[in-house]
Design a protein around this ligand. Sequence first.
Ligand code: PLP
Length: 400
Amino acid sequence: MKDGLVTLPLKDKFDLPDGVIYLDGNSLGPLPKGVTERLGNMATEEWGQHLIRGWNVDDWMGQPVRVGNRIARLIGAPTGSVVMGDTLSLKVYQALSAALKMRPDRKVILSDSGNFPSDLYMAQGLIAQLDQGHELRIVAPEEVMDGLTDEIAVAMITQVDYRTGRQHDMAALTARARKAGAVMLWDLAHSAGAVPVDLAGCGCEFAVGCTYKYLNGGPGAPAFIYVRPDIIGDITPAMAGWLGHEAPFAFEPSYRPAKDIERMRIGTPPVIQMTALEEALKVWDGIDMADIRAKSVVLCELFIAEVEKRCAGLSLASPRDPDTRGSQVSFAFENGYAAMQALISEGVIGDFRAPNIMRFGFTPLYIDESDVIAAVDILQRILTERLWDQPQFKQKGRVT
Ligand SMILES: *Cc1c(COP(=O)(O)O)cnc(C)c1O
């Protein structure tokens, strides 16, 4: 398929193992070519030779904002509004605590039952820590819109459901939040690099996300946080660290936040990890998220049609309408865990989410129609020959 500036897929930009169809880029993106060499150079030249001088000569200090700017383009955010660091769970805590401070008269955090548990846990922990009578109100995803009343201090919503791929309408919910006077915090963990996002257009106050999923930054890659530029000067960051200080190297005894997005930094960034991410993000040069989205819909629709035609016993657990679905497709199957293990043993890597969800991520950067057909061929054989029904496929590892 010829798209805008580049032709998808871009398989030759990735080091994927032979014989593997990788449908788990929604959990951990694959290794982009160039990262290995860049990391080697980072270690031998930058760390090895430059030592402490690397902070200036290699501009490690500027990396969190520089990399944030690369991500900003992919999520519709202006330059200078995104900064990298820490893990997504911490960024959720940071954004949520700052958002609550903006609405001292309100006590309710609204979220939904499709949110990822860590986001909910962070909210619960923050509420306990504040001890000011806040409530975490968890409603069904379809009830978020009506739940946005003038009681709500903050709506903390993950756009794309990690389990089913159900996708919220960011523009509509953000507009409703604004009408209700609530602060809007979006989690883009399964959106960034997967679907077009228009942060500036929707006008939300905060957004956070991780970079090891569709952005291919590698295991442990740092998270990002976006704060709407017109409010950054009034944000009170919880976890005020020295690198969020206006003048870290003045070593003042009192905290003074940086004037811009750097106030959301905490401490020393994971330079090696962020170097891998920075290199990995080059894959996106010249890519328009609209082209990624168009191809992703084609792949997901093809997968659903083929599975429903050929794989009895599996039932679609994702929304059927592509407009309300992210870049993944889930099927419920009672022997889903064993079937997924059998699939993985045949080189088709997806994953499993309790209690019975087989989850498949579609990333047009390195997946095309022939991969979809080949994956369903294997799935069909596993099901018709009951190849999953073997003890080695029923043993659960520490990570499923
Ligand atoms: C993947 C994911 C996380 C994981 O958080 P980490 O701190 O990076 O482990 C959190 N929230 C959502 C919505 C996710 O999809």
